[in-house]
Design a protein around this ligand. Structure first.
Ligand code: AMP
Length: 410
């Protein structure tokens, strides 16, 4: 039997109300904060991501779905959205049209990761990007936006972790300190961390290896070596979060591994979904646009994983109850009336949701189906009423019935 590819998932009709509910809440929140939707292609030239995300990251190094198309161009299914949004901003000169661009998206993403609970190869993210200002108010706004969305969805068992990676110069100084600290411990590091020591030393804080964790416990922290400007920016973000009533923890080990981050990084981490617990991650990326184009445009953003959030909602038992509902179910009393029922349904469907039987079921079975579909009204077509141009209308809530003229149905 043919099956969906490992790590991909069908979203069945029964799941769709949960997706629609989540997407509706995302749209409302984005609207309140004045973010406008952007949709970009599913695939891009590979070099956009290798340049935009960074060669040393796991995404570019091991996870991208990259292939040569028929004209030998290397293309990649998008593994995240920030690089695509920045490409679109530059290509369409949105930064020249508006000083500040506040954009949001809901889109599938693709990464060839090892599938497990909460980790897929095609998954969906919603997220936001604000491009054009270095104001700490936007860092705080991103965190507040993500926080509000999770709260509106009914989630309570999650924490907001924030950190600052500062500006590049203080980070470079700090990286040297970290190198010095690790110099005589290199042999004890895991193979992965040895590699990262050379390519992306901050990522050593992300290692799951027990020995690495022990070594990194006593490592100097970037937070303790931040310059004045970075500290001030971080202080303002924290103050705004406090005034907005967002509880947060400062986690000086939250590095998030992407080369382009500056200043604030953050994660919203769930206590309800097992090991893949990050529901949302983001941060400021004042260097990325310059890296991809000629122009200097500061940015800040976040991305949240929809499957993981729905899993957290399921585990916290806050998925909304879904009751099916249609306006009319048309019951056909005699088989010969199929064509007439079709005509009546067609007319009613201009203003109402309407269903009828396509399978020659008995009247009793049709009534059962009307109940299953949550029909508000049942219209019975047939008998001598029909010959008089009438039908019987049953209101399902109280069981009352009346005769109505077919010509007057709307
Ligand atoms: P990232 O772009 O890696 O910072 O991821 C942002 C969010 O997307 C994460 O916090 C997850 O909720 C979600 N996410 C990332 N990778 C996956 C995946 N392979 N499967 C499902 N969700 C994912």
């Amino acid at each position: 039997m043919l099956k969906a590819i490992t790590g991909t998932k069908d979203i069945l009709p029964i799941d769709i109300p949960n997706w629609n509910n989540l997407e509706g809440i995302v749209h409302n929140a984005m609207n309140s904060f004045n973010y406008n939707e952007i949709r970009t292609p599913i695939f891009e030239e590979t070099r956009l991501f290798s340049r935009g995300i960074g060669e040393s990251t796991d995404i570019v190094g091991k996870e991208m779905y990259t292939f040569l198309d028929r004209s030998e161009t290397s293309v990649t299914l998008k593994p995240e959205m920030t690089a695509s949004v920045v490409r679109a901003l530059l290509e369409h000169s949105l930064d020249k049209q508006f000083q500040l661009n506040k954009l949001f998206y809901i889109s599938p993403m693709f990464r060839q990761e090892r599938p497990q609970a909460g980790r897929f190869r095609q998954f969906h993210q919603f997220g936001a990007e604000a491009l054009g200002s270095t104001s700490p108010a936007l860092d705080a706004e991103m965190i507040l936006l993500a926080y509000n969305i999770l709260k509106s969805l009914g989630l309570t068992n999650f924490v907001v972790k924030i950190n600052s990676l500062g500006i590049p110069s203080s980070r470079e100084n700090y990286k040297n300190l970290l190198k010095e600290y690790l110099a005589d411990k290199l042999n004890d590091l895991s193979e992965e961390s040895k590699k990262r020591y050379e390519t992306n030393i901050l990522r050593l804080f992300d290692s799951k290896d027990k020995n690495d964790i022990k070594i990194m416990e006593h490592a100097p922290l970037l937070m303790e070596h931040l310059d004045e400007e970075s500290l001030e920016h971080f202080q303002e973000v924290k103050q705004m979060l406090l005034s907005a009533g967002v509880p947060f923890e400062v986690d000086p080990k939250l590095v998030r591994g992407l080369d382009y981050y500056t200043h604030t990084t953050f994660e919203l981490v769930s206590g309800s979904v097992g090991s893949q617990s990050a529901l949302c991650g983001g941060g400021r990326y004042d260097l990325l646009v310059k890296q991809l184009g000629e122009r200097d445009v500061p940015g800040v953003g976040f991305a949240a994983g929809i499957e993981r959030i729905l899993l957290a909602m399921e585990n916290e038992k806050v998925l909304p109850e879904v009751n099916p509902k249609i306006d009319y179910y048309i019951v056909r009393l005699e088989k010969e009336l199929n064509k007439n029922v079709f005509e009546i349904a067609t007319k009613l469907r201009i203003e109402n949701s309407v269903e009828f039987d396509y399978t020659q079921r008995s009247v009793k079975a049709q009534m059962r189906e009307a109940n299953r579909l949550g029909a508000e009204k049942v219209l019975m077509i047939g008998g001598e009423e029909y010959e008089r141009g009438m039908a019987v209308l049953k209101i399902m809530a109280d069981g009352s019935q009346e005769e109505i003229e077919l010509a007057e149905l709307k």
